[in-house]
Design a protein around this ligand. Sequence first.
Ligand code: COA
Length: 194
Amino acid sequence: MLRRTPSLFKPFPILETERLILRRLQQTDLRDVFEYASNENISRQVLWDAHQSLRESQRFLDYTFERYRRGEMAPFAIEHKTDRKMIGTIDFAWWERGNGTVEIGFALSEKYWGLGLIPEAARAMHQFAFEKMGVTRIEARCFAENSQSIRVLEKMGMTYEGTLRQRLLVKGERRNVHMYSILHQEWKQQEQIY
Ligand SMILES: CC(C)(COP(=O)(O)OP(=O)(O)OC[C@H]1O[C@@H](n2cnc3c(N)ncnc32)[C@H](O)[C@@H]1OP(=O)(O)O)[C@@H](O)C(=O)NCCC(=O)NCCS
């Protein structure tokens, strides 16, 4: 009999931090998704285009719901506990199981910038990746001029490894990309500090 390996993503995990709940996206998040995903201050720092309509946000939700249904890795919604609002997403863009490596990515509603919420969410994601997914290395990439993201990656204890010159052609523009990473043993040492 064919036995399937149980998926780490079915049921989809729920991670909790002091101020946040990281959970699956829900249909009731539609307007909150549109609120941050339609903001060009956010879309200019990521690979996707700003959403122009609720319909585009719905397409993103439908695609993500299908991934949840299949037990695939998919974005976590970031819910602000006291505001009871979905304020962004954080995810692993890909997972190379053979190499024990994942890439982390995130986007946060502009109203919530500067409160240290992504570093807080990312710490929970690091713990999940190292302890549950069993990875050895977490990577993050950002555009070379994205100083906010660079600051976040530094706060997350990630190490700058270099600049990948003209690595991506995004929205018609060649972009230099900074590569950051954190290794399992480095994260374990940090955990003793927190
Ligand atoms: C990058 C991003 C996720 C940061 O999340 P965050 O929770 O605001 O992070 P922090 O609160 O730790 O702030 C990081 C830095 O942003 C800067 N910052 C804070 N508030 C800001 C504001 N209102 N406007 C501009 N920059 C601000 C500060 O330099 C801060 O560093 P500091 O705490 O040492 O002063 C968020 O800005 C974002 O969603 N940006 C657009 C999408 C994006 O860049 N995604 C990452 C792609 S790799």
